[in-house]
Design a protein. Sequence first.
Length: 159
Amino acid sequence: MAADIDRYRNFAATRVAQLDHEDRSLRNWLLWVRIGSWPLQIISIVFPVAAGSLALDSDGQGNLVSVFSFVGAAAVALHRGLNCEAYQSALKRTTQAVRSIIEDYECLGALPDEKVLEGLRRAEARLHELRATSNDVPPRRRRQLANLVATAPFQAPVA
């Protein structure tokens, strides 16, 4: 029984390492999504205001007004079309869920031996639920996760 508990704890440590990698990847992706959406938001605000100011001053600046208006409208359309706000929210939720599951696995080391298997099953169930409901995992990372699972030295116990 003690050997099984050690295997379960080793498996939890492996999961923590895998999920830490995933957490870093999600946080980096979220950073790039935020960085990419800032210019779109700024352009969508500044350019229409500049176009309006030029239109008020209209000393033959009609061509410049139309360019500013078009660029501002394109930025708004791109920001909405890419669904940046919803995607950022989904990434934040996924990052928080992964962080919470990591903590579940880390807590297994502090549990009494008789509760380790139950805690491991609960953490695995939460991870499985996250995988089943998460639709924001980019294809390359999904392939990496599939490879990690395929090469895992130990499979989680099944209830």
